[in-house]
Write a protein that binds this ligand. Structure first.
Ligand SMILES: Nc1ncnc2c1ncn2[C@@H]1O[C@H](COP(=O)(O)OP(=O)(O)OP(=O)(O)O)[C@@H](O)[C@H]1O
Length: 933
């Protein structure tokens, strides 16, 4: 820009200004055609150069006493003196009146006789004033160092508007009707003030945010040379592509929106600016609604988080890569450096984003790598819980500071499931008698306790502690007609928040079933349809009816995956006051992760029907299987196999603080692989459990001293520490004194051989038996009810060991031990009758001895009442059994297979025969019509 700008503006586009000769004081113009030449000559005659030439020629220099006034009028008057002077000057005057262009303080009237010196001086003054005006203009753009980016943009816009109005800037309206497209010439960068970037540069940067900032500058420079023009549409549609673009331009545009005072004199430019403004404000939220900086920042953050989550969803293992990709996007979103306003915006981000502590505040371009790492840190911080849960070796899990409930829920549930997994491992591995296993098991149990209790959510521990705090609940006494029907008339003393457990124990992360394709199938449907409902299943057959619901075999539509869906009518449950039972079952199922316990794949409510999607067991139940046996009873090895697996399942449940209370063959299902699955938890009781480690290095001849205690008095605050022998005492304070041990009555299990006892003593013993739990509910099945339940004295975990004894008896003898002619007699027998063994079939002494130990009427003397499964597993009946590998053992028999993967009843049970593959319950949306009960 120079003092000639105004003159150039007046020229037509096709005019070419060429120096005729390089005179000292002026230039000549030369047209390209004769017409032009003529015109230019005419103009030359009225030009300063002409005057000077004339002056030189005449030499008749008259000193002018009359200085041409700056008054326009005077010029006009003087101009009228000669025709040759009337056109050109007036043209100039007209051009100088152009808005924003300063007028010369004085005009040199060429018709007057003036001295050469005066004429030149006036001319210089005129030029100088023009230059000063231009400088003022550009100063307002470059301005002070504190000027905002928006101010600079505004100034540039003013310049552009001036130039565009004059029609020479190159900012040419292309088609205003289409939305004010403008062509902006990409001028060489060095033609522009160094303090601020050109408009074209800025818009180029906005329109091409994917380029790295430095690249953008380079390309601009190269493209700009040669006055190449490039169409940049300043419309929001031009920038629609890519969230990073929208976010990237956000900061600038917010400032523009807030600060730009649009020139009111130029409607064209105003339109453009407004369009830019619209574009800007619409970008972050993808709506035309304006957003403030805070919202924008939120949007930016959420975009980043969304992207990160997506990455996480897509492929968990590659999340690191995804994160870094996202970080790069975030980097691009960050506006360019050295803009004070931007800093303010970034500060806003700091405030808004819980996780934005590492956002850069300056020099983003220069610190792209560090920004990446910062942002990576940001993301890591965002995934705090996940990371914690995966790096638990060194840090205790902390689940309280999360900004993303969804992620933290996942993490939490993952951690909780890890606990479940560890407990399961403990359950399985501890039984192997390995010292190391026991030690690590102890640690894992501690985790469970601390993990659960440390959560703000009402965890298991908190919940069960509530329950144990009030163990006696109001009860009703009600019997059902069948001796094998479960009695579940009880009311719970406490009700748990469903949400708490929902979030804690997601059914989507069961380590022992993590490779199961059914997870993927369910997940796929959820992703595809947003949610899972009954409409996504074909109900193939009714598997059975229980007290609170009906179980169907169901196929997930479009997959070959079979599930057992327990459907419960919420209204029905509420009417019968059985909702707490359904809730208890649901909550327990969510907690479970064990090979001998059901896997809950999903749960949903459809049309007032609560549905639990579980693993399908095609082998039927042990009751049915026993009926099929010769003599309707299992051979002892088979019985031993089944009860051993049941024992592990019960052990796991007790470790989780779940007293099962409804053990019977009907609730033991046979899996496809012949192993068992304990089902039906609606009568289970949740309670507190104190994990206890028994010292392994007790002196021979003495009972292992118990060194146990509440987890919260433990000195060991590191839940994932590997418990070394020296650490054992510090982690668990003594619970029972040796005097208490010595003072107790002898139990049935005490008759174990010296070798066995010595062996047992040499191993550390983990006891995770809920010995303190008490309930007065009358629950269970008549033939399986423990005496303490019938007597209403209150009961605890020992009821499970009673039912365990009854189960073993039934499997071996084909009938329960105290069965009477009716339920009342059965109950009386349970309380009063001594245990008797039939002569046939022949059963081993060890089996009978175990049964005797379990069916002790006083719960405190019952085998298992003190140390739980540990005592029972040591019984000679299980001698030689590898507890850790039982899940890999070959089961006594594999289930027969029918249609749908097998089943006890087969396809013949389907209504309408095998042609009618589906049940009568056609799903119309989520509405099902079928008999539930
Ligand atoms: N996962 C499963 N796989 C195969 N069959 C199942 C499954 N779950 C339940 N069943 C069948 O459905 C029947 C009904 O089960 P449900 O648990 O509702 O009732 P229940 O055991 O009779 O108990 P309750 O009345 O105590 O609730 C069971 O007897 C069993 O045969």
């Amino acid at each position: 820009m120079g003092s000639f700008a105004c003159e150039i503006v007046e020229e037509k586009d096709d005019e070419v200004r060429l120096p005729k000769h390089s005179g000292r004081y002026g230039k000549s113009v030369m047209g390209s055609s004769s017409k032009d030449l003529e015109r230019k000559q005419r103009e030359y005659h009225g030009s300063l150069e002409y005057d000077i030439d004339k002056l030189f020629q005449s030499i008749s220099v008259k000193p002018s006493t009359r200085l041409m006034s700056s008054s326009f009028h005077n010029h006009e008057t003087s101009a009228s003196a000669g025709p040759s002077r009337t056109t050109s000057p007036s043209k100039r005057i007209a051009s100088i009146k152009k808005p924003g262009t300063p007028q010369s303080p004085r005009f040199v009237g060429l018709s007057d006789s003036v001295s050469l010196k005066q004429a030149l001086r006036d001319r210089c003054i005129s030029k100088a004033s023009e230059m000063a005006a231009q400088k003022r203009l550009s100063k307002s753009a470059a301005a002070s160092p504190r000027v905002s980016e928006a101010d600079r943009i505004k100034s540039l816009y003013n310049q552009v508007s001036n130039e565009s109005t004059s029609g020479r800037s190159g900012l040419v309206p292309v088609d205003k009707g289409k939305g004010s497209l403008v062509e902006i010439p990409l001028l060489p960068v060095n033609n522009k003030p160094s303090s601020s970037k050109s408009v074209s540069q800025r818009f180029e940067e906005h329109s091409n945010p994917i380029s790295e900032p430095s690249q953008a500058g380079t390309s601009l420079g190269s493209q700009g040379v040669g006055n190449q023009t490039r169409e940049i549409k300043l419309l929001h549609k031009s920038n629609k592509s890519g969230s990073c673009l929208s976010s990237g331009s956000g900061d600038y545009e917010i400032e523009l929106d807030e600060n730009v005072a649009l020139p009111s004199t130029d409607a064209f430019v105003e339109d453009d600016v407004m369009e830019i403004d619209k574009h800007v404000t619409s970008l972050p939220s993808h709506s035309s609604k304006k957003v403030n900086g805070t919202e924008l920042d939120k949007n930016i953050l959420s975009s980043a988080l969304d992207a990160e989550q997506k990455g996480k969803l897509d492929d968990a293992p590659s999340s690191g890569t995804e994160k870094s990709k996202t970080v790069r996007k975030v980097t691009r979103m960050i506006p360019r450096p050295k803009q004070p306003k931007k800093k303010i915006l970034l500060k806003k981000k700091l405030k808004i984003g819980v996780v934005s502590a590492t956002y850069p505040t300056k020099d983003d371009e220069e610190h792209v790598p560090s920004l990446d790492s910062s942002a990576h840190q940001l993301l890591c911080q965002r995934c705090h819980c996940s990371l914690k849960s995966t790096s638990i070796d060194n840090h205790p899990p902390s689940y309280t500071t999360s900004h993303n409930p969804e992620i933290c829920t996942d993490s939490l549930s993952s951690a909780s499931n890890n606990v479940g997994k560890e407990a399961r491992q403990l359950s399985d591995e501890n039984s192997s008698g390995s010292c190391n296993v026991s030690q690590s098991s102890e640690a894992e149990i501690v985790i469970m306790k601390q993990d659960v209790s440390s959560s703000n959510n009402s965890g298991i521990s908190a919940m069960v502690e509530k329950e144990t705090g009030n163990p006696t609940s109001s009860e009703k006494f009600e019997f059902s007609l069948s001796s094998k029907d479960s009695l579940g008339d009880y009311s719970r003393s406490t009700s748990m928040s469903e949400e708490s457990n929902l979030s804690r124990f997601s059914c989507g992360n069961k380590p022992h079933m993590s490779m199961d394709v059914r997870w993927e199938a369910i997940k796929h449907v959820k992703v595809q349809y947003g949610s899972l409902g009954l409409r996504h299943f074909n109900l193939l057959k009714k598997l059975g009816c229980g007290d609170i619901g009906t179980v169907y075999l169901a196929e997930l539509i479009g997959t070959n995956c079979l599930f057992a869906i327990k459907v419960m009518d919420n209204e029905f449950l509420a009417r019968r006051k059985k909702s707490p039972r359904a809730q208890a079952e649901r909550e327990i199922l969510k907690m479970l992760d064990h090979p001998f316990l059901p896997t809950l794949y999903a749960q949903f409510t459809s049309d007032n029907l609560s549905c639990l999607v579980m693993e399908y067991c095609p082998g039927g139940d042990l009751h049915v299987l026993r009926q099929k046996q010769l003599g309707r009873c299992f051979p002892e090895p088979a019985a031993r196999f089944y009860v051993a697996e049941i024992l592990l399942a019960l052990e796991y449940l007790h470790m989780l603080g779940i007293i099962y209370r409804d053990l019977k063959p009907e609730n033991i299902l046979v899996r496809e692989d012949g192993h068992i699955m304990l089902t039906d938890f609606d009568l289970s009781l949740r309670c507190a459990v104190n994990p206890t480690l028994l010292r392994s290095n007790s002196p021979p001849g003495k009972d292992p001293a118990r060194i146990s205690g509440p987890y919260n008095t433990s000195n060991c605050i590191q839940p994932f520490c590997i418990i070394e022998p020296s650490c054992q005492v510090s982690c668990f304070s003594p619970r029972l004194s040796s005097n208490q041990q010595q003072g107790r009555k002898p139990k049935r299990g005490d008759h174990l051989s010296k070798t066995q006892q010595h062996l047992n003593r040499s191993l550390p013993q983990l006891v995770a038996e809920p010995t303190e739990a008490r309930s007065n509910s009358f629950v269970g099945t008549h033939e399986y009810l423990a005496p303490e339940i019938i007597k209403g004295e209150g009961h605890g975990a020992a009821v499970d060991w009673w039912t365990f004894g009854v189960l073993l008896y039934e499997l071996l003898y084909g009938k329960t031990p105290f069965k009477g002619y009716n339920n009342d007699e059965t109950l009386a027998n349970v309380v009063l009758q001594n245990l008797k063994f039939p002569d046939s079939p022949l059963v081993s002494f060890q089996a009978k001895d175990l049964i005797r130990g379990l069916l002790v009427k006083e719960p405190e003397n019952r085998l298992g009442s003190e140390k739980g499964s540990v005592e029972i597993k040591r019984h000679p009946f299980f001698e030689g059994l590898n507890w850790a590998l039982i899940r890999c053992a070959i089961p006594p028999e594999l289930p027969d297979f029918y249609e749908y993967g097998g089943g006890p009843e087969g396809a013949a049970d389907l209504p309408g025969g095998s042609n009618n593959r589906y049940l009568e319950c056609k799903a119309i949306g989520d509405h099902l019509e079928f008999e539930l009960f």
